[in-house]
Design a protein around this ligand. Structure first.
Ligand SMILES: C[S@@+](CC[C@H](N)C(=O)[O-])C[C@H]1O[C@@H](n2cnc3c(N)ncnc32)[C@H](O)[C@@H]1O
Length: 199
């Protein structure tokens, strides 16, 4: 079965609709400069819809390499509906300093050219902007089984990054400061929230 088939099936699982990863991530943000929000990996679009409500009236632009999973009809948008753009993360079709915030929820682990993705996000962020990556914690015991299952069914690219690996990529791209967070009740949990700040 083609990996694209399984990617579409997994993207439709009910668990993929959870907004908890977005909600917790937004709580961690510092005060942002004015400007739009970029979501990398729109999936079904519910994350972009949530961002358009939670961060209203900031415009939200959500990219994905395939928009076949998008279920825009059933989504509740904020006052400014998100714009969905077909694009790949290492080649962002946006001008420099276009965004105040870039968000990648459960997406960074499957992106090609991770160093180039960080460089592109850095280029398109404004001064004071933040890149928020919510994804699998590479130190968690489930990280390796997660990679194996993903390699079988979804994509050979999948990698569960440690916070140290993300920090190294961020530093190489020019980000001045990074931080990693976990839910207070799950300090070594499966999910991590990584923030890279552009000065
Ligand atoms: C597991 S889904 C996560 C979707 C959504 N953020 C969520 O939390 O439900 C990962 C998404 O990343 C997208 N994706 C994979 N490679 C990509 C790339 N190179 N550029 C942009 N999006 C990509 C996939 O198509 C998929 O929709």
């Amino acid at each position: 079965m083609a990996p694209g088939f399984w990617r579409r099936i997994f993207a439709r699982l009910p668990m993929a609709r959870s907004t908890r990863a977005y909600t917790f991530g937004l709580q961690l943000l510092p005060e942002l400069p004015p400007g739009p929000v970029l979501e990398i990996g729109a999936g079904q679009g519910f994350g972009a819809a949530y961002l358009s409500r939670a961060l209203a009236p900031r415009p939200v632009v959500a990219i994905d390499v395939e928009l076949g999973c998008l279920r825009a009809a059933g989504l509740a948008f904020g006052p400014v509906p998100p714009r969905f753009v077909l694009a790949t993360a290492p080649r962002l079709p946006f001008r420099r300093e276009a965004f105040a915030l870039a968000v990648a929820v459960m997406t960074f682990h499957c992106l090609p050219e991770p160093a180039q993705v960080f460089r592109e996000v850095y280029r398109t962020l404004r001064s004071g902007g933040v890149f928020l990556v919510a994804d699998v914690n590479g130190h968690h015991w489930m990280a390796r089984p997660f990679e194996v299952v993903e390699h079988w069914f979804i994509s050979p690219l999948t990698r569960a990054y440690t916070p140290e690996a993300l920090a190294a990529l961020a530093r190489q791209a020019g980000f001045a400061r990074t931080a990693v967070h976990h839910r207070p009740e799950k300090p070594g949990g499966f999910m991590q929230w990584f923030l890279a700040h552009k000065t």
